[in-house]
Design a protein around this ligand. Sequence first.
Ligand code: ZN
Length: 317
Amino acid sequence: MPGRPGPRREPGCLAGRGWAVGDWCRAAVSNKEVFVRVGNLDGRLVILTDVGAIDVERASGGQFGADPQQVYERWAEFTAWAAAAQGRQEPYDSGHLGAPAPAPRQSFGIGLNYRDHADESGFGVPDQPSVFTKFPSCITGPYTDVTLPPGGHTDWEVELVAVIGTEAWHVAEADGWDHVAGLCVGQDLSERITQMASSPPQFSMGKSFPGFGPTGPWLVTIDEFGDPDDLELGSAINGVQMQKSRTSNLIISVPQLVAKLSAIARLLPGDVIFTGTPAGVGQGRNPQRWLAPGDELVSYVEGIGELRQRFAAGPAN
Ligand code: ZN
């Protein structure tokens, strides 16, 4: 709590994690920090506080539109507005949250980016990022039901997901974080038979079945993290922990990924990067284990939140 007497109450302040209606607006007290959790509620861009959701189009009087994907085109302008803006905080049903970046033009996946996962996969550690795509049609929100491809071996991969805020082209590693709008949790669901079906293996199709790219539960801006390069992440199935690591174990860090990817492709506002998964996936277990109908998968990243997926059998062929 800011321990300052005097300033007027500002109910509905947009700037606060942990701020109740009637609390001081943090941005009004400190200009140094901007706290924004950006969400997608029923397809509309919102700012989320512990009290509720603020509809951005209405709160901004139309200055910003309702499309959650379009906001990244004006990210710096948006965060500056959000830091000081006021709006009505409405209670919301978290089951209606969608993906923070629901329709990216590019969706990058990075394979084998934790040493222990590279070892369990039997591929060894690559010199350059191993890049595939999760085609954007597979991207969903945080709490979903997923249909298992019949006859498949569907596996789990908790990942930190970075969303691009400003276009990156030939960006230096030292400037990499400056191009990231924020972070969310991601699941790189992977059907291993399809993933390994061709020779040499191409990963993209096995990772792009409908619902195979849950993200969320919201976007957390980089300022919110004490150290955005060192966050615990993990996953559990039916309450049993499967994966647990820290993003400090990434072989190629987020700013290094921005540098390496942008040396080849332009990274566009709203693009997403699934940064890789640590050990503990089903394929690396003995015996191997795959997601089954009725399983519930929870995936989390420290300082962001969690995803929750339930799995159901697909229609028999
Ligand atoms: Zn992955």
